[in-house]
Design a protein around this ligand. Structure first.
Ligand code: NCD
Length: 307
């Protein structure tokens, strides 16, 4: 049974195929409105979410399917001590596909080994978030018509930010990538990601603490929230949370076609004064996430022989 736990579970050809399917859905939504008729998506969210859960649910409804699930661990039998494996074996009896978010790294992988239906990782701890990356990739593609030769700046919590880890994994497969890692010392990209993704693929990268100096010349600035829920103490969070705030004056001297991205939720990382700048892409990412999740749900259900 095919599950998507890591963005690298999809080949570059499959990512292209998903991008093209999403573009076709955008152009011809009515053609997809009944494809999942009578099928059920289970959203198992053991951690808070707005966009990811609601976009999975909207995606399944727009494919003509239905949704069951829970949005917090406390309202499931996890609160009684049930294991992830037992939960997904149970859900496999009721649904056709699962989207799971969990605070523990690797939980969706464990789930995929116990489930008899496809499992999609909707975010596991500070590890990975492959479907956010699919949203990011469609957004990049719709602006640049290519994934090659991009200078990508990643700013904020590069340590715990799972969207950053998945995006780097995905982008590392395209030619001409250059990476600028912008973070405070305490929130630097984990060395395993540097080694397994950047160094292994000979991707040129620099690390800096200075956002202003890094901005000119970037094709993309990907801002991230400091991941409060992964901190061991509140004092460290409070000290680091407002390290980087992108404001209109910091954008002076940047490229006219700079893409300003953020997986959201935003706390203070991007001033609302930037929202009307045509280079702000973060609400496009939100919408694109729904289309890519529609494309992914269809692909996995077709491969499973369910539709
Ligand atoms: C991200 C996440 O959950 O990792 N949100 C999302 O799914 N768009 C980013 C974050 O929470 O900061």
């Amino acid at each position: 049974m095919r599950s998507i736990i890591d963005i690298l579970d999809l080949s570059t050809e499959e990512i292209n195929e998903l991008v093209h399917t999403a573009e076709d859905i955008i152009a011809h939504p009515a053609d997809y409105a009944e494809i999942c008729h009578g099928k059920k998506l289970a959203t198992l969210f053991f951690e808070p979410s707005t966009r990811t859960r609601l976009s999975f649910e909207a995606a399944m409804y727009e494919l003509g399917g239905n949704v069951i699930g829970f949005s917090e661990a406390n309202s499931s039998s996890a609160a009684k001590g049930e294991s992830v494996s037992d939960t997904v074996k149970t859900v496999s009896c009721y649904a056709d596909i699962i989207a799971m978010r969990h605070p523990k790294e690797g939980a969706p992988r464990v789930a995929s080994m116990a489930a008899s239906i496809p499992v999609i990782n909707a975010g596991d701890g500070g590890h990975n978030h492959p479907t956010q990356t699919l949203a990011d990739l469609l957004t990049i593609y719709r602006h640049r018509h290519s994934f090659s030769n991009l200078k990508l700046g990643l700013c904020g919590d590069l340590k715990f930010g799972r969207t950053v880890h998945s995006l780097l994994n995905a982008m590392s497969r395209y030619e001409g990538l250059e990476v600028v890692l912008i973070s405070p010392d305490e929130l630097k990209l984990p060395s395993y990601v540097k080694k397994d993704v950047l160094q292994k693929n000979n991707i040129p990268y620099v690390q800096t603490e200075n956002l202003e100096e890094a901005l000119p010349g970037l094709d993309i600035i990907y801002m991230t929230r400091v991941q409060r829920e992964r901190f061991f103490n509140e004092e460290d969070y409070l000290r680091l949370k407002d390290t980087y705030i992108l404001t209109p004056d910091k954008l002076k001297g940047t490229r006219d076609d700079l893409m300003i991205m953020h997986p959201l939720p935003r706390v203070n990382e991007i001033s609302v004064a930037i929202d009307d700048d045509p280079r702000a892409c973060y609400f496009e990412q939100v919408l694109n996430g729904k289309y890519m999740r529609m494309a992914l749900i269809m692909k996995l259900l077709k491969e499973a022989g369910t539709i």
